[in-house]
Design a protein around this ligand. Structure first.
Ligand SMILES: Cc1cc2nc3c(=O)[nH]c(=O)nc-3n(C[C@H](O)[C@H](O)[C@H](O)COP(=O)(O)OP(=O)(O)OC[C@H]3O[C@@H](n4cnc5c(N)ncnc54)[C@H](O)[C@@H]3O)c2cc1C
Length: 604
């Protein structure tokens, strides 16, 4: 059997550009909670995480896809190599970068941990689900658990001794989390008996850790219906004393992608002996506790999309430089003309530039967002503004990145041609792995409803106004730019369409046309994401343009900066104009999906 090889690729020059040239991470370093961090440390971590991920995780990606997880006698086994990778990950310390020092972490900016997350996800998305969810669950316990719970559970989870899961979904409660029926029955000693079934639980069982801490949403008998009545419980696969806890694996799902991430059906309390502890001391706080951490989970899914899309693009690029097929269009009449690498064909170049601009634009969006979180910590007087921008941008990152990931992977397959459809190359796995990102952690329609129903009007519209002001200032400052003025005008027009469409939503809300809001919500999220990405790509291009002016001919950075300029131009010319077109479609108040009778969809 051939040795498994790493296929993950990352453009670390782009990471450095976004961190230090575009978003000025150096402003934070050496200050406040980041006092121990300097630029050199950040750059070293970047290089080392990349080196570790390509050596340890990358080679296991296709192996995990081919072998998946298996369930034997109620125990799930992960693919070969995963157990060793888990140990290696926690030994290396890559999960503790942004954890506070008082909890044994390294206290880095969250942005650095996010960039590391991109690398680890890109190298092996399925593997990264286990530690990613563990961190999310640990964060909830560290934020809301009692000191005792933090010590008993949280500390062990943060350091990879135990893992964690999030158990929300039930057969009848998917998007509608509030219809969960799992029961929590009070016991005299203050703990609870948990009874119910959760489905689709990522990492619900595995053989990586000795114990698994499930965070389970459940309802006490006297609690109200809906999300408000839900409480959150810590339910170990084993109890703290090491005895088994009546949590049974009912099965694992056979899926399209992320096959090495176990997705389990969990039966709690089949024998009436599943003991859970309330997180903290108050019942009916479950949804608030989950919601506080939800921004992080949604950022995580946005990063998953970016990670996979980026490696799909870079693999397609390498293939396009190598594969020879057909002759140059310039010699189309000459049957004897030499075969050229497919990167010379205009349509292949279009696909490559399309992928490049989207990937780099989404990375800029991700880093902008996480830099707001980090800046809020060192500029407490502006924390309200920074946190407001985070709230506004989270649905864009989660939904746009995950939708685009699937599209970009499909474009990468198209770039390869037939080879891309084969398992010999990584892009078909990427495409299958990527589809789930638009579904879990709130489907992308749920993200769109969050944007139009909550985020636009949050703080009386102050967050969205601050955002529009920032873009407006950029447009005003650069509208006479010698290279980009037409592109900047496109951005200005896109922003006008965003504002007018937001006003239209308000009109619909107030004017009895409520049903049009969900119909147009996904399109609006796409418009706003594209305007944001267009802005950030142009911002990068203006920076690159300036930086290039000072570089001698032949300097290696000239090619990098040139790429930034072209990516922005391409996006402004080909994507930004569609924002106004989408606004015009929304303005038509088109209702066919609502009006068509159910039985007219098909007569079967
Ligand atoms: C691989 C995988 C891993 C997962 N991991 C976890 C996990 O670790 N923990 C966990 O708790 N869950 C997990 N899930 C579950 C996941 O979060 C749900 O699948 C998701 O929330 C959607 O719920 P559903 O599948 O029941 O679809 P449904 O809610 O039935 O939705 C079906 C369709 O209807 C739409 N829809 C639903 N309600 C509305 C509405 N009110 N308005 C408009 N449209 C609506 C949806 O957008 C979607 O298009 C996982 C799922 C998968 C497949």
């Amino acid at each position: 059997m051939s040795q498994p090889i790493n296929r993950y690729k990352a453009d670390l020059r782009d990471f450095r550009f976004v961190l230090f040239e575009q978003f000025q991470m150096q402003d934070l370093l050496g200050k406040g909670p980041f006092a121990n961090w300097g630029r050199e440390e950040v750059e070293t971590v970047l290089d080392e995480v990349y080196s570790w991920a390509t050596k340890v995780l990358g080679p296991l990606n296709a192996v995990g896809d081919a072998q998946g997880c298996r369930l034997e006698n109620g125990q799930v086994y992960t693919p070969p190599g995963f157990k060793e990778a888990w140990k290696s990950l926690f030994d290396a310390g890559w999960r503790s970068l942004a954890i506070e020092e008082k909890h044994g972490g390294q206290g880095s900016p969250f942005t650095l941990a996010t960039v590391a997350e991109e690398i680890m996800c890109g190298a092996n998305t399925a593997f990264n689900m286990y530690p990613g969810l563990t961190q999310g669950a640990a964060d909830i316990i560290m934020n809301f658990g009692t000191p005792e719970q933090q010590k008993t559970y949280g500390d062990k989870m943060l350091h990879g001794v135990w893992s964690g899961t999030m158990c929300l979904t039930e057969p009848q409660a998917g998007s509608d989390v509030g219809s969960a029926t799992t029961k929590a029955i009070r016991r005299p000693d203050g703990t609870y008996n948990i009874v119910g079934t959760k489905i689709f639980i990522s990492g619900g069982d595995q053989d990586l850790t000795d114990n698994i801490i499930h965070l389970v949403l459940a309802r006490t008998d006297d609690a109200p219906q809906g999300t408000k009545g839900l409480s959150l419980f810590i339910v170990g696969k084993k109890r703290p004393d090491g005895s088994p806890n009546d949590v049974a694996v009912g099965g694992i799902e056979h899926k399209m992608g992320i096959k090495a991430s176990s997705t389990a059906i969990l039966n709690f309390g089949e024998n009436g002996e599943c003991v859970g502890e309330l997180v903290g001391t108050e019942e009916q706080r479950g949804i608030q506790q989950m919601f506080v951490m939800m921004n992080y989970a949604r950022i995580g899914v946005g990063i998953q999309g970016l990670a996979v899309a980026s490696s799909a693009y870079l693999n397609a690029l390498e293939y396009a430089k190598d594969r020879r097929q057909g002759s140059s269009i310039k010699q189309w009449k000459d049957a004897t003309a030499p075969r050229v690498p497919i990167i010379e064909h205009p349509d292949v170049r279009r696909m490559l530039l399309d992928m490049k601009s989207r990937v780099e634009g989404i990375r800029a969006l991700a880093v902008k967002l996480t830099m707001h979180l980090d800046r809020a910590k060192i500029e407490p007087e502006k924390a309200d503004y920074h946190n407001g921008q985070v709230d506004l941008l989270v649905p864009l990152l989660k939904a746009y990145s995950s939708d685009q990931a699937f599209e970009i992977c499909a474009t990468a397959i198209q770039t390869y041609g037939g080879a891309g459809y084969l398992k010999d190359w990584p892009v078909e796995q990427y495409c299958r792995d990527a589809k789930i990102f638009s579904i879990y952690e709130g489907t992308n329609h749920i993200q769109a409803l969050d944007l139009v129903g909550r985020k636009l009007s949050q703080k009386g519209g102050a967050n969205v106004q601050a955002f529009a002001k920032e873009v407006g200032a950029f447009v005003a400052a650069n509208k006479e730019h010698p290279v980009f003025k037409d592109a900047i005008a496109q951005l200005g027009a896109a922003m006008e369409s965003i504002t007018s469409t937001a006003m239209r939503f308000l009109m619909w809300f107030n004017g009895g046309k409520m049903e049009l809001v969900p119909l147009a919500a996904n399109r609006f999220l796409e418009m706003m994401s594209e305007a944001t990405i267009g802005w950030l790509l142009l911002d990068a291009a203006v920076i690159a343009d300036k930086a290039m002016a000072g570089l001698p001919e032949g300097h290696p950075d000239r090619a990098f900066y040139t790429g930034k300029r072209y990516a922005a131009q391409y996006f402004a010319n080909n994507v930004l104009p569609t924002v106004a077109a989408k606004a015009a479609l929304i303005a038509k108040e088109e209702r066919t999906p609502i009006e068509i009778p159910d039985n007219a969809f098909a007569t079967i």
